[in-house]
Design a protein around this ligand. Structure first.
Ligand SMILES: Cc1cc2nc3c(=O)[nH]c(=O)nc-3n(C[C@H](O)[C@H](O)[C@H](O)COP(=O)(O)O)c2cc1C
Length: 170
């Protein structure tokens, strides 16, 4: 089967069209082999299966933390609350000290979990699938905590503010 390659312009159109699908925002966290916290902002989180309880998210093959998440046995998905926009931007940066000033606690197998979130899913890595320029990470939910607060919403490249007005582009 021949594959049609999207041109640069088509790629922009593709990204723009995808961005109208509103999502929540989460921070995926894990530990590297030296026990250092690793994390990144994600919006590709989704449910897969209720029984067994499975979730997924996808990671860019070029992300700095790619190899750590690809090797991790455990990870957490911290779904951000509406007021955590600044944190989303902080963890979306490429850099060494993303966790500076950020309070965490130890979750399953020592994986660092944020102190604040709307909900948190602590997972073991069930499967990793190829997904083009991303890998799809499927996790089995071992523990969850739902604080029943309003979540942070992202669409069209910006965060939704309470009352309907939007913040600046991320
Ligand atoms: C709202 C938002 C959602 C994002 N979702 C994803 C995602 O689902 N998967 C991904 O690989 N990167 C996603 N990113 C980009 C990463 O957070 C960003 O590339 C980050 O720098 C990766 O960290 P690392 O390079 O230190 O691993 C998102 C960024 C933002 C602001």
């Amino acid at each position: 089967m021949s594959e049609k390659k999207l041109s640069k312009l088509d790629l922009q159109e593709f990204k723009r069209a995808l961005s109208c699908f509103a999502t929540g925002v989460a921070v995926a966290t894990t530990l590297d082999k030296d026990g250092t916290k690793v994390g990144m902002t994600i919006s590709s989180f989704n449910s897969v299966s209720l029984d067994p309880p499975l979730v997924l998210w996808s990671i860019d093959n070029d992300a700095n933390s790619y190899s750590v998440f690809a090797a991790a046995e455990f990870f957490a998905v911290n779904v951000l609350a509406m007021h955590q926009e600044q944190l989303s931007s902080q963890l979306a940066q490429r850099g060494e000290d993303k966790f500076q000033g950020l309070e965490c606690r130890s979750g399953i197998n020592g994986v660092q979990v944020l102190r604040e979130y709307a909900a948190c899913f602590e997972c073991s890595t069930e499967n990793i699938f190829d997904g083009g320029d991303h890998k799809i990470i499927v996790g089995r939910v071992l523990k969850l905590d739902d604080r029943e607060t309003d979540p942070l919403i992202f669409y069209r490249g910006r965060y939704l503010k309470k009352g309907g007005s939007d913040s600046a582009k991320a």
